[in-house]
Write a protein that binds this ligand. Sequence first.
Ligand SMILES: NC(=O)c1ccc[n+]([C@@H]2O[C@H](COP(=O)([O-])OP(=O)(O)OC[C@H]3O[C@@H](n4cnc5c(N)ncnc54)[C@H](OP(=O)(O)O)[C@@H]3O)[C@@H](O)[C@H]2O)c1
Length: 318
Amino acid sequence: MTQRYSIGLIGARGHTGRELLKLIDKHPNLDLIFAASRELAGKDVNEIAPAPDGLKFENSTPAALAYHNPDICILALPNGASQPFVEVFSEASPKTILIDLSADHRFDPAWAYGLPELYIGSQSLKGAHRIANPGCYATAAQLAIYPCLQHLASPPSVFGVSGYSGAGTNPSPKNDVERLSGNLMPYAPVGHIHEREISHHLGHDVRFTPHVHPAFSGILVTVHMAFKTPLSVEKMRTLYDKTYANHDLVAVQTEIPELRDATGIPGAIIGGFSISEDGLHGVAFAAEDNLLKGAAVQAIQNINLALHLDVLSGIKRA
Ligand SMILES: NC(=O)c1ccc[n+]([C@@H]2O[C@H](COP(=O)([O-])OP(=O)(O)OC[C@H]3O[C@@H](n4cnc5c(N)ncnc54)[C@H](OP(=O)(O)O)[C@@H]3O)[C@@H](O)[C@H]2O)c1
């Protein structure tokens, strides 16, 4: 008989929340028992996404939600909003596995960092109880840099472009469709939180500049790397092939991936490996959907691992 687990979702109205509702609905082992949104409280959940009949959005009140005592609870909240929920669940529902999509616990050693293709050996996600889901740009950039890590002579430079859903639903210039029309908007030229996240988890400094483009979703990163000793394109390609050989959600290809290639698919595409004549300067590109591999799909991978299920359970293979 299929083992079943109860799951709750807080922040269900948001961009990542809606993707999570769809993924939970088709997951063979998960039963959604609550979805929380302050704005939609009282409305049917399946008005915005597939959900069990009759399930209504609940208000985001930590004590009332912890009372459900779910096996898993996902926090899909803006940065800085998770703490009241973590505190109350830790006290009132201590067995619940918490997955935080925000940056609040990505630097906290008490939380496993959930980028399953890279750090599964060093910070075991299997059976983890507290999991910090990586940032969207941070996922693409780490996937693109990690295979070359031992060869780096200096901090890689990452040029990142994301669709405006990366900025959440709270109105800002970065999700203002009118302002973005026909536009590309650079921001946070130094010190972006994903720059710190990538540097922290790779154990190597990076430089990162994000940009927002006018489409709803999709991320493309272009990574420039200086190498200690010359590499060929073939050698570089081999590093990526070896790293991702057993990871179905990361495709490695010769061609440069374009942003639209990865929009709407669960995994990431890395390719376009290029090397300067002297072999000391290499470039790689990575594309992913910020809401999927950059957020919701990765959260489901992490839940699967925490529950000792197949890492791709409930996720369509790429
Ligand atoms: N969007 C992406 O591409 C992406 C990728 C990776 C990671 N992330 C991270 O994932 C998290 C969610 O992102 P998102 O894009 O889904 O954000 P979003 O669209 O703005 O949604 C956030 C949700 O949280 C709820 N909320 C906001 N403040 C709250 C509070 N103080 N207490 C309780 N609920 C609150 C809102 O619903 P109500 O107002 O109805 O309660 C809303 O549904 C963020 O931390 C983000 O950085 C996002």
